[in-house]
Design a protein around this ligand. Structure first.
Ligand code: ATP
Length: 924
């Protein structure tokens, strides 16, 4: 401990504060006592308090599960069929005293293990970095301000507020509770949520009964509360049972499983083939047992695609990393693949397609239609009627409406430096700004009419209510919410001269015309008199007897890049559907501006509710805009679309969106405004809440899949080519063109290094102009098999043909073999370049040099080949000899042959396919 830490500790002790310790049974103490003992004021802790306490209690985090030691991870890499085969063979060659083969085999084992170790490390580092980006948040009151911080930063004594969808960030004693209900399964195993209060409980009460406490890791499903932190990190109940909440699951993906199954089958096949080659060579051709044994092993080593699963994982991890750079954080790996197949994206409107920067533009009250000037959260702007600036003081109906708007409101507005900042819901903040523009500062209003109780806004109810002490002895209930909802409980209205019977048709008309301008509409109303249970406001109290005060129309501008992203998705064969809680007219107008559902009627939540599943399947397919929809409608829409075979991405942010997010093929949560519950249910989190990020992620998802295909398409023929050379030589009784050691060399020096470059391929230019990939499409299509066969034969034929010609010309076997090895490696390098684009030509500047890593691996591989050919030590180990430039030219010619042949084949295939490319391979 540093000397400053010690000093801070002494200081804390001298302040006579009882610091939290496991021995204190906080649930038995009244909240007032808890607050006193933790020395917390109504304004929360100060920065200095926080620092002091952090020095004593540390960060609010649980020790991560201890990672496996590097040595153990290294040893684990030996557990691999190929390594077993090669190690066994090394032992056999040692017994036969073929020391060079033994050394080469052992070196091959070690190099293979090191490559696997490094690749695994890279994949893990990528996933670890993503994990860190998803740290949970907490809303805390410090120094009188409500701020959103990393939950890690909490210390005992912090005042924390809880809202639906939050994971409780630390152990807390509850100070005030408003309908709080918490699901404590993480701790107690009990999945039925429990109601909380501020009551004390007996010292021996089990955790499940301690109603006055909220424990770290449990989930708020309803209501709101404020509590004081009593335990953080390891000193929470969760820390004590040493449970980590689920982070990103490192699960495999369907594609990875498909590939590793394929790899295993191939390995068995190749082992059988090697055994057959051994038998054939020894019994038929009378080759030496030792030589044929090493050859069989070399053959197995070169043909078994041992690097396949590892490179797949690396490709996926690189994709995940790239997505996170584009602000899409993948929580579950299979999402990366599924993204490539998405056919429908169902998106929220507010904050995802729009910017969620709300400004009130219109207030309709007391028979007036008032325009509000200014944009953003700065409370500067004139109010006008028909272009004539008005003095708000002369419009008492406006005052009443805006007073309700700012009192029935949980947001706050403050000026930091020159900018105006808000906390809370932007819709509510916009109302505060409008009230301030009309000369009604919210501090004063809130002081004059203190709030007694609240019915918080919930998307399902579309209404919020607050209970206040009125100016007279009467209580005052204020509501705001969706116009049809509020109008339904009003029987009077605030007219120019006072209250009068409500004119529903007028309000309905005004609400629809306002919404049709693309504005979000809220209605405001009030009622004098107490609720049924004095002092407690419930949703049942918001049922009748209200006076309509007015309507506000709020503009929420489109995100500038959303329009482009929607078009991009349409071009990529992906339908975009907008599902919003807003008014149907608002939804239709915003949809039209975005190019979603143009010319087709919007569907409302009520209509969805009235449809049976069969009907909904058709409607879900045909229509694109869904308004006044609630989370359960989202769930039904996902099911309906999936039943038609669509692959669905669905966005969500609220606690109730979790079922739809889980059901969707890709659940997407909002990183900014999303609740912890939604994030946990999601496969992917958008760090910037932006629709354009989904389109970017789709493009990356398609790229990952392309790159995996490119790698498989690269690796199989290179292994196949080498194997064919050896098999052909044995069958046709020719001098072996490659020695076992040379086969191992080619395999090590090229396949793993060259192939890895394909994992870094950037997206192809047409990646967002193709149709989505059918989810069950087989990676190894007929076309693939053809390409693998063609290239294998070309490589083997070229190398073998050249080798035989050279022997005929009287060249020494060593030189001819060295040329054959170089020919195969050069062919692989060229073929790597071919494979940068599946079908597009690569004979251009970007095609040849566009992937720096591919270029670098080609250079590195060339250096290795030069050392193989010219280094005396290598000549001894591998039986190679230096070559002259004519010989190099011949070897390079074989490589060029493969390159040209593949480019011609791509050209022919492109010609035979209709544009855009790959369409036939991705039939709809
Ligand atoms: P989405 O994000 O799915 O596009 P949304 O967030 O716009 O939908 P909701 O927040 O559910 O939809 O809002 C639905 C309606 O409820 C709004 O049109 C508005 O009339 C009303 N409303 C929104 N926010 C509040 C609030 N804080 N208080 C009262 N009423 C609100």
């Amino acid at each position: 401990m540093s000397s400053t830490d010690k000093q801070i500790r002494r200081e804390i002790q001298s302040r006579d504060v009882v610091e939290p310790s496991p021995e204190v049974a906080w649930h038995t103490l009244p909240s007032r006592v808890v607050v006193e003992r933790l020395a917390t004021g109504i304004d929360g802790l100060t920065d200095r308090d926080v620092q002091r306490r952090r020095a004593v209690h540390g960060w609010n985090r649980l020790a991560a599960a201890k990672p496996q030691s590097a040595l153990l991870r290294f040893i684990r890499q030996f557990h691999n069929v190929l390594i077993y085969v090669m190690s066994g063979a090394a032992v056999v060659t040692a017994v036969l005293q073929h020391w060079i083969d033994t050394a080469v085999l052992f070196a091959a084992v070690i190099i293979n293990v090191v490559i696997a170790y490094v690749q695994e490390g890279k994949a893990e580092a990528a996933m670890g970095a993503i994990r860190a980006m998803l740290s949970p948040r907490a809303t805390v009151i410090r120094d009188g301000h409500t701020v959103d911080i990393d939950a890690d930063e909490l210390v005992p004594g912090d005042l924390v507020t809880l809202a639906p969808g939050d994971r409780v960030p630390a152990d807390m004693r509850l100070l005030s509770v408003d309908g709080l209900r918490v699901e404590e399964a993480a701790l107690t195993g009990e999945s039925v949520p429990v109601d909380k209060s501020t009551d004390t409980t007996a010292a021996d009460a089990p955790i499940a009964d301690r109603v006055g406490m909220a424990y770290a890791g449990t989930l708020v499903v309803r209501g709101q509360a404020t509590g004081v932190v009593v335990g953080t990190g390891p000193r929470t109940e969760l820390g004590r049972i040493n449970q980590l909440l689920t982070g990103i699951s490192p699960t495999s993906t369907p594609l990875l499983r498909q590939i590793s199954r394929f790899g295993r089958i191939l390995a068995v096949f190749i082992l059988a083939l090697s055994a057959a080659t051994f038998a054939l060579g020894v019994l038929w051709r009378g080759q030496g047992i030792a030589e044929m044994f090493t050859m069989a092993v070399a053959l197995a080593a070169s043909a078994i695609p041992e690097g396949l699963p590892a490179i797949m994982t690396v490709t996926l991890a690189i994709g995940v990393q790239r997505m996170s750079r584009r602000r899409a954080i993948v929580r579950r790996l299979p999402a990366v693949e599924a993204l490539g197949s998405v056919t429908v994206i169902c998106s929220d409107k507010t904050g995802t397609l729009t910017s969620n920067e709300m400004t009130v533009q219109r207030v309709i009250c007391g028979g007036h239609d008032i325009d509000v000037g200014g944009v953003g959260y700065a409370p500067v702007g004139d109010l006008s009627i028909d272009g004539r600036i008005i003095d708000p003081a002369h419009y008492p109906a406006l005052r009443d409406a805006l007073l309700a708007a700012e009192l029935c409101n949980d947001a706050s507005l403050h000026q930091a430096d020159d900018a105006w900042m808000i906390t809370g819901d932007p819709t509510e903040a916009a109302l505060l700004v409008a009230a301030a523009k009309a000369g009604l500062p919210h501090d004063r209003a809130r002081a004059e009419h203190p709030r007694i109780n609240t019915v918080p806004f919930a998307s399902e109810n579309r209404i919020m209510g607050t209970l206040h002490t009125g100016t007279d002895a009467d209580a005052l209930i204020l509501v705001k919410g969706a116009p049809e909802r509020v109008l339904g409980i009003c029987d009077r209205q605030r007219g120019v001269h006072g209250e009068e019977p409500v004119d529903r048709r007028y309000w309905q008309h005004m609400a629809v015309t306002t919404a049709a301008q693309g504005l979000r509409v809220l209605a405001l109303a009030r009622r004098r008199g107490a609720p049924r249970n004095a002092g407690v406001l419930e949703i049942a109290d918001l049922d009748a007897g209200f006076t309509m005060l007015g309507l506000v129309g709020i503009i929420d501008p489109l995100r500038p890049d959303a329009v482009v992203a929607v078009q991009e998705c349409h071009r990529a064969g992906i339908r975009v559907k907008m599902i919003t809680g807003d008014h149907v007219a608002t939804a239709r107008e915003i949809g039209a501006q975005l190019g979603i559902g143009v010319g087709k009627p919007a569907v409302t939540g009520a209509e969805i509710a009235a449809m049976d599943d069969a009907e909904l399947r058709n409607v879900a397919h045909e229509r694109d805009v869904f308004a006044r929809a609630s989370p359960e409608h989202k769930l039904r829409l996902v099911c309906a679309l999936q039943a038609r075979g669509d692959v669905v991405a669905m966005t969500g942010d609220g606690v109730n969106d979790s079922p739809a997010l889980k059901k969707a093929d890709i659940g997407i949560a909002m990183g900014g405004k999303g609740t912890e519950a939604a994030k946990e249910a999601a496969d992917m989190v958008l760090a910037d809440d932006n629709f354009a990020t989904i389109a970017a992620a789709v493009s990356e998802g398609r790229t990952v899949y392309d790159n995996i295909r490119k790698f498989v398409l690269f690796m199989l023929p290179t292994n196949g080519g080498e194997a064919l050379v050896v098999i052909a030589a044995i069958i046709f009784q020719i001098t072996l063109p490659l020695t076992p050691a040379q086969v191992l060399w080619i395999n090590l020096a090229t396949s793993s290094t060259l192939g890895l470059a394909l994992a870094f391929e950037p997206p192809e230019t047409d990646v967002m102009r193709r149709r989505p990939r059918p989810p069950r499409e087989n990676l190894l299509s007929r076309y693939f098999a053809w390409r693998v066969g063609m290239v294998s034969v070309l490589m083997a034929g070229g190398a073998l043909g050249m080798f035989l010609c050279e022997l005929n010309l009287g060249t020494s076997v060593e030189t001819a073999r060295t040329m054959a090895v170089n020919a195969i490696v050069v062919a692989e390098m060229f073929y790597l370049l071919n494979n940068r684009y599946l079908l597009e030509p690569v004979l251009n500047r970007i095609g040849l040099f566009g992937n720096k890593i591919a270029f670098a691996t080609v250079v590195a591989c060339t250096a290795l080949q030069l050392s193989f050919t010219y280094m005396p030590a290598m000549n001894v180990v591998f039986g190679s000899t230096p070559l002259g430039y004519v010989e190099w030219l011949k070897a390079a010619g074989v490589g060029a042959l493969v390159f040209v042949a593949v480019e011609i084949e791509k050209f022919v295939v492109r010609r035979r396919r209709t544009s855009p490319p790959l369409r036939e391979e991705h039939p709809q």
